[in-house]
Structure formats: structure tokens, C-alpha cells
Design a protein around this ligand. Sequence first.
Ligand code: NAP
Length: 560
Amino acid sequence: MPHVITQSCCSDGSCVYACPVNCIHPSPDEPGFATAEMLYIDPVACVDCGACVSACPVGAIAPDTRLTDTQLPFIELNAAFYPKRETKLPPTSKLAPVLEAPVVHPRPGGPLRVAVVGSGPAAMYAADELLTQQGVRVNVFEKLPTPYGLVRAGVAPDHQSTKRVTKLFERVARLPGFSFYLNCEVGSDLTHDELLEHHHAVLYAVGAPDDRRLDVPGMGLPGTSTATEIVAWFNGHPEYAGLPVDLSGERVLIVGNGNVALDVARILTTEPDALARTDIADHALDALRASQVREVVIAARRGPAASAFTLPELIGLTSACEVVLDTADHDLVIRDLAHEADPLTRNKLEILAGLGQACDSRGGRPRIRLTYGLTPKRVLGEHAATGVEFAVTGTDEVREISADLVLTSIGYRGKPIRGLPFDDVAAVVPNDGGRVLDPQTSRPVPGSFVAGWIKRGPTGFIGTNKSCAAQTVHNLVADYNNGLLTDPVHKVASLDRFVRGRQPAVVDAAGWKAIDDAEIGRGGELRPRVKFTTVAGMVEAAACAPSPPVHQRLLAGLRR
Ligand code: NAP
């Protein structure tokens, strides 16, 4: 009864270190870890101890006898990663080599103090890594009153198990030395230099909040938008809650076929009653109940073998929705299959080859149609989008697809941070292993660090940020130990007063807990939560937090 990793694998590698026989790969020290679509358990070497199940922060691992029907393909998918063997391997006591925690050497300037800007996965994994050391203080600054970044606002609401990683982040937030300063924007409420007066270092883990824009005529017409905006809209992000999303037409066209495109297509075609059991925003649920959409077309500029979506997400999509291809696209899949050697890509192509023909569609729930080899040229329509004109990639042939709503899903994009250098082409902060670099001198900018998408670009999964953040923290601690970070000029105790002077409505851990409790309460029996979708609503809920008992306040004062 070997264990199996399933669709919601977050790739943070926690299972790798929990496994007593090192049967989960690729491990963070192996080549291929950074680009792996998920991690895989070797069914022959697995000793069925279940240690990985408890270590996985998103509940993605189960014994092969306890999988749901939709998870069954993952048995073969895990096995396919390993060479075929006839005999069971003897048990081994070999553990994956654990990355050493960064040892902080005490210095005269007081304990290491780090400001982390952003509160998504990269920020929380960085805080976790820093707080492995006693005495270190981590203050997390977030512009929204709610933490966890894209886990809250980017993971699709029907992927609730992925959102379980917040349980891990909650444990981090309870560690001694950790503080939240939510609803406090660095760059407007506080400056980088001011943060440095209170900390040895500022670590930016602000992600890639913009989306890449498709530079073709007609983008910006009514009826055009981006998939990332739609994701933020259905997740109740306060800046997108009022987005005008018109689902009164029959066809939605999505340009680009990454996992975000799949998320949007799935939500637009899923039975609203099923979504009503998730934490989808009420405004989105209402719009989806009234939706007239019958087909979502996902158009990629390259061929099927180059599909940007991952195999686990394709398996999840095809088990939840009707996904079809036109005959011409079926032919492209067969052509690619004839030449493809990589087993994982072959797996993807085999699933695509087994999809139904668009012309045989059953006509029940709205369907998703995948199409290939189409490079967008312009959005059609004078006053509102009516479709997209494509060139058949590599030819002069023109093809049009009509649509009532055109969404681009061509990736996220980092945006400049005030006071730090920015690489406008890669849309990242130039850095060496997370140390921000001045592009003029190629020397580190003192006290400034980055982790996550603003460091390496918008690729990978939630857990990819664990090793990314660990690398940055190791370099930060090395600089601190080597005396390269300037001591803060202000005492620890002065930060709270300073922040509250700038942003009286700052939300702390107790405030966030009050918001969290209120949202869960609003969800009642049937839903995990009903989110607040305005900052004012969140701040009002945070204000209901009970003030901590006197002994806790005294203790907090002493700790400072
Ligand atoms: P992505 O995976 O980078 O996909 C971008 C898509 O846009 C590709 O199909 C790309 O085509 C296409 N594209 C780029 N420029 C284009 C242009 N000028 N014209 C037409 N097409 C263009 O981006 P994403 O979907 O936003 O995902 C971002 C990251 O988040 C990925 O690492 C993804 O796996 C991750 N994510 C994971 C999950 C999950 O695990 N459930 C969910 C959401 C996101 P080419 O390939 O031809 O460049």
C-alpha cells in the first residue's frame, strides 16, 4: 500500500525530509526540483509509514487504497517518475540531506531584527526560516488587513486543500518573535529607510502583483480583461471586488494556457452549487449563477507538447469538466505524440489525445475547448470586444475566434519597489541569491533582500518559495554574522508606536484572528468562510478583537 502524491502537491519539500527512506523526489537538493511540476513517491521504495502524510501542509498525500476516483491517475503518475524495477528495494535508513538552518551569531547590536514586506508564501517561509533561531525578531508588513497573499487571493476557491497551507503559516505567526503589521503599506505609510532604522534588514516578498499585458490593438476595449483580475475578483480581493465581469455572452476566450487559465476556465464552467460550498466571493457566485457562458476557449500560441499547464492540473481539469478539442487540434496532439520522448509530456499528450471531439459535445454543462498554434494579432470589435484575430503561428494564415469576453492569461508581472533597483525586462529586483544588487556597481544594496516571485519571477508553486526563501535567509544571516548589516538606530519597543503613528488602523495578529473568526462564522455550516471584500469591513471586524489580558501585555512589553 504505497502512498501517493496527488494534485494539490505544493512542492515545499516537507514530505521529503519527513520520509525515513528518502523515497520522495526530486528533493530540494536535486537538479530538477525547481522545475518539477510536483513531487513523486517511489511506489517500490515506499515503506508505507505515513510520515509524509502528516508532514504535507496541503493534505496532498494518501495511501493508494484511499484515493478518490479523480485521484486514481496519480498512482501511475507517481510511479512513472521512477525507472521500472522488478524487485522491491530493501528498506534504507537514508534520509534526504536537510538544508542546515542558518545559525545566527549574537552580536552587540542586539538580536537580529528583520522586516518582511508581504505576507504570502515566500514571506511566511522566510519568517519560519529566520525564527528557527532564538531571539530573532520578524515583523511582517502587509498592505491588506488580511495575510497570506496569493493563497487567499490567487488559489482558486475549488482548491480548498491547497489553502490548507495557511495552517502552517498560522503556526509560524504564533512563534515567539513574530509580529504582524497588516493594513500597513510600505512605500506609502512607511518608507524603506524608516524600516531600516528599526531593523537590520528589510526582506521584500511582495510577489508579482501585476499581470503581463498583451500588446495587441483592441486590448482595453470593454469586454477585455485579464485572468489574474478574474481570479482576484472571484477570490474577493478588495481591489477587484467591483470589477465589472459580464458573463451574459455565450463564449469566453482565454489567451495563454498556463495553470491560471485552467483555474479561470474551471470556475467559469463549474456547477455554481458546487462552488457555493467554497469560499468564493458572493458577488462572483451571483454572477456565475446568472452566467450565460456555454464555452470557454483556451488558445495557446504553441503546440500541445508545449502546453504551459501542468499535468496534475490537466488531470484535475479533465476529471471535473468537459474538455474538448477540434479535429485540427487533435491532429496536432497526435503529431506531437509521435515525436515526444519526455515521459511526463507524453503523459500530458496522451490525456489530450483521449479528449472528446468538440463536434460530439454533449451539451450539458458549459464546456472548455483547448486550441493550439494561434498567435493573437488583435482584439476584434469597435466599441466592445467581439473576438480575437489570430495568426496561425509561423504562417500568414489568419483565423478569428468570436467571443463575448476576452481574457489574457499570459503570466504575472513584478512591479518596481520604491527605493530599490528594478530589472524592467525580467520584472524582478536584480539580486544575487536574494541579496539586492545595485546594477551600476553590481554590489549588494545594504540591508535589502528579496524572496519569491519578485526575486525569481512568477514561476513555480506555493512550496517552491520555501527553498527560495531559505536561500535568501541564509545570505541575510551570513551578512549579519559578518557585520555587514547596520544596527537599527531605534529600540525594539519603539516600532509599535511608530507604526501606529503612521497607520492608526494597523491590524495585528489579534485583529487578523478577529477577521478570520468572523469570516468563518459567516460561512456557517456549509462554507469554509464568507470573506469580507472591503478593507473597511475587514478593519471593522479587526476592531472587535478582545484586548489581550494584562499579564500578556506585560509579557509582550518585557519581551520588547
Ligand atoms: P504561465 O504558466 O507562465 O503561462 C503563461 C501562458 O501565456 C503560456 O501559455 C504562454 O505561452 C502564454 N503567453 C505568454 N506570452 C504570450 C503572448 N505574448 N501571446 C500569447 N500567449 C502568451 O503563467 P500562469 O498561468 O499565470 O502561471 C504562473 C505560475 O503560477 C506558474 O508557475 C503556474 O504553474 C503557477 N500556478 C500554479 C497553479 C496550481 O498549481 N494549481 C495555479 C495557478 C498558477 P508560451 O508557453 O508559448 O510562452
